[in-house]
Design a protein around this ligand. Sequence first.
Ligand code: SAM
Length: 194
Amino acid sequence: MRLYIGLVHFPVYNKNEQRIASAVTPVDLHDLARIARTYGVRKLLVITPLKDQHGLVDRICDHWKFGFGASYNPQRKEAIELVSVASSLEDGVERIHATEGVTPFVLATDARKQNDNTLSFPDARAMIRQDRVVLLLFGTAWGLDQEVLQGSNAVLEPVMGADGYNHLPVRAAAAIILDRLVGTKTDIVRELSG
Ligand code: SAM
């Protein structure tokens, strides 16, 4: 499986639908890294153009990879080793290309259904199982800018809740989505696959 995750901090929306660069949230790194490791993701790319945020990510990761944290919690070390910083989405795509020899299929996620380029869970699952190189993008702040959603190869169908409210924290969205896309088949996936 050649699946990558990108956590996008720019361009994303703020509350007023303005394009911003969001700040890195340390718990996202810890939790998404563990989720990535659990589901066999090759790298978690933290995408931000802000140099001070690169420093923050490096400091956190170095603590768990090489500092006291490495011996204190080896499982966290193993997960945090998947984290890597990219300056932009293009930079992330280029890095994956350099590693895999092909350009990844960029699959964005969003709580709203996009009309023109939506990919279903079963189709996305099949693509990943066919060993396509896939970069799965998640947003921060108020979500991915339209430029990212429209510039991606597809947008995954949203996770729907029980009654129309479906604004999940990014860490929960990632865990649910990865379980549907690559997890050992559960009843819900069997049902989605038909
Ligand atoms: N500040 C929030 C937090 O602490 O998690 C970030 C919200 S951010 C908009 C959540 C991201 O998770 C979205 O950009 C999207 O990538 C994903 N997400 C959230 N709800 C989703 C849903 N129902 N279906 C698919 N993806 C979803």
